[in-house]
Ligand binder design. Structure first.
Ligand code: SAM
Length: 185
């Protein structure tokens, strides 16, 4: 067994939790990698709601789904902080990749206030034993502030409602991404 990167571990967790027929959220669509993963896991009887503020991300995600034949996702150009305008049913899982789109505009980043609003909205929609996953990249301007606010917020979630896990390599150079997994009890 090899210890996995935060990104790899996020997909391992999705594999465990998300089942055919589930409704799930990709809060930061980007190039659509997580949306595609979720579409594969929920299958034709489930549904993925995918959000990004950038047109390029929405276009890329829709193209990725079209190229692979998946029709079980709704991809919208909308801030995840407004996700409750679109998703009104319980969800099994939601995933956030915080930071900027690697091959896109590095100035378009996720921001702590909107991220935390969106996280709280996901937790309100979460099914029992459902999982919200956050992969936090913070090596860019603005990233440290988001990291700090998310790490100040998560430990205060009530223990009787949620289990909160942090996963991170402690001895890697630069700013290794970390993962938070929040499970509704
Ligand atoms: N998961 C993506 C993938 O598989 O390619 C990578 C996501 S990238 C690290 C972060 C994305 O968050 C960017 O595409 C950015 O446009 C998006 N973003 C920034 N603020 C947002 C917001 N308020 N709501 C939704 N998406 C946002």
């Amino acid at each position: 067994m090899k210890l996995q990167s935060a990104l790899h571990f996020s997909h391992t967790l999705l594999d465990q939790v998300v089942k055919p027929g589930d409704t799930v959220i990709d809060a930061t669509a980007g190039m659509g990698n997580d949306t595609l993963k979720l579409a594969q896991l929920v299958g034709s009887t489930g549904h993925v709601y995918s959000f990004d503020i950038q047109k390029a991300a929405v276009t890329a995600t829709k193209a990725k789904l079209a190229a692979t034949g998946y029709q079980n996702a709704t991809v919208v150009q909308l801030g995840h902080e407004q996700l409750d305008q679109v998703v009104r049913v319980p969800v099994k899982s939601a995933i956030f990749n915080l930071g900027y789109l690697p091959n896109g505009d590095h100035h378009v980043i996720t921001h702590p206030e909107t991220t935390i609003t969106a996280l709280e909205k996901c937790l309100a929609l979460l099914e029992p034993l459902g999982l919200v996953i956050v992969v936090c990249y913070y090596g860019h301007p603005g990233g440290e502030a988001e990291k700090d606010q998310v790490l100040n917020w998560a430990p205060h979630l009530p223990q009787w409602e949620f289990n909160v896990l942090q996963y991170q390599f402690l001895n890697q150079v630069h700013q290794p991404p970390f993962l938070l997994a929040i499970q509704k009890r």
